[in-house]
Design a protein around this ligand. Structure first.
Ligand SMILES: C[S@@+](CC[C@H](N)C(=O)[O-])C[C@H]1O[C@@H](n2cnc3c(N)ncnc32)[C@H](O)[C@@H]1O
Length: 369
């Protein structure tokens, strides 16, 4: 179905309620909806409402999102948990049937793992949020090549059979999987603005590159500081969005505009750095608003590592994959995994926990021999 793009507010963020924007858009006009809606968590921009009222409002927004999505389109809805006096309801559990009732088809439930967060006193600390990916039909786009991450054993070869000597895995890298570890946009993050809940740009880039093509249209009904707009533009896609809060709307416009305000301020450090690189001006002149084996072995011979080791392994690996992804996006040299020497062989590790485990292992081996 062909749409007339001239009637769309292309490459604009409107300062208005998301439903107002959505209701003015024609059927099947956007390729991707990606958003983190207000969570009803009592953040400064929200009034605390009953969960059911909140979900009813969100249902109205999602019905419209489904209507305006093209047949080949995708929707990514990023949510955390609703918490009230110690009770915690993971919101994706409540959103899942709502999205199904909007006649959308589930594809992935992505875990966005966090290294840091609040330390709970009476329950396990939350260390993840979720991103639900639904599509309008089975005829959806998924471009794996632009979002591949390095294989763990990139140079591993078949050691027998017809393909002996050939690489046993795709040299271009692997599917990044459904556990993502993009760093929170908090302290010391160059993208941080005055908005309390920003998307990291790389997270949005992965979604946009995977599910759209150049010139496609990406919509975020809850733009906040404008991350989806900035990434869509930088990825040569078009954007449409709405934001109800004037101060965040202004931040989004200033991120897109890329120039300092009359007092020499930028909305974040990244916009400032981009500007001085582009213009050759001195960085000192400007300021930004926020500082920012297949064979079974006997148990007695199994290597037993403490839990910290496994946690550290997962974290180190995912951090490495995301940094390699970021380097790839920026055309920089892909870093070598610090734990592997580039040939799929383990290197001696600097990590104190791993070093400690290696020492324990060696002591154990001496005891066994
Ligand atoms: C979780 S934040 C989105 C942050 C955004 N992903 C970013 O990277 O900055 C949700 C945003 O929705 C806005 N919002 C809340 N209700 C809205 C409504 N009815 N229409 C449009 N925007 C709304 C809030 O002001 C807030 O900025």
């Amino acid at each position: 179905m062909e749409i007339n793009r001239e009637n769309l507010p292309l490459d604009q963020i409107l300062l208005e309620d998301s439903l107002q924007l959505l209701r003015n858009l024609p059927d099947q006009c956007v390729d991707l909806v990606v958003s983190s809606p207000p969570y009803n968590l009592g953040k400064e921009y929200e009034s605390r409402q009953a969960l059911e009222i909140y979900l009813k409002e969100q249902t109205a927004v999602l019905l419209e999102c489904s209507r305006i999505l093209k047949n080949t389109g995708s929707l990514f809805w990023q949510v955390g948990a609703f918490s009230d006096r110690g009770m915690l309801i993971p919101l994706d559990i409540r959103f899942f049937p709502i999205l199904e009732s909007c006649r959308l088809i589930p594809r992935n439930r992505i875990i966005w793992a966090r290294q840091h967060g609040l330390h709970a006193q009476k329950k396990f600390s939350c260390r993840h949020e979720t991103i639900l990916w639904f599509t309008k039909s089975d005829n959806y786009k998924f471009n794996l090549d632009p979002i591949r991450v390095p294989q763990k054993y990139q140079n591993k070869k078949h050691y027998r059979g017809n393909r002996k000597g050939e690489l046993s895995c795709n040299p271009e890298g692997k599917n990044p999987g459904d556990i993502w570890l993009f760093r929170n946009v908090k302290h010391n993050h160059e993208e941080q603005t005055i908005h309390p809940c920003q998307f990291p740009e790389d997270l949005v880039t992965r979604i946009i590159l995977a599910t759209t093509n150049k010139n496609d249209i990406v919509l975020d009904p809850f733009m906040g500081s404008g991350t989806v707009a900035v990434v869509a533009r930088d990825s040569e896609r078009h954007f449409i969005g709405s934001e109800i809060e004037p101060k965040y709307y202004q931040v989004a416009l200033r991120r897109l505009n890329g120039n300092p305000d009359k007092n020499g301020y930028f909305p974040n450090l990244k916009t400032l750095r981009d500007y001085v690189e582009r213009t050759g001006q001195s960085i000192d002149k400007f300021k930004f608003e926020v500082q920012v084996g297949n064979k079974a072995s006997e148990r007695s011979k199994a290597k037993i590592y403490p839990e910290e080791y496994h946690l550290q392994e997962m974290e180190d690996r995912l951090i490495y994959e995301e940094s390699a992804f970021a380097a790839n996006l920026r055309g920089e040299e892909i870093p070598v995994d610090p734990k592997l020497n580039g040939n799929g062989k383990k290197t001696s590790l600097q990590n104190p926990i791993v070093k400690q485990v290696e020492e324990v292992e060696q002591t154990e081996l001496r005891l066994w021999s």
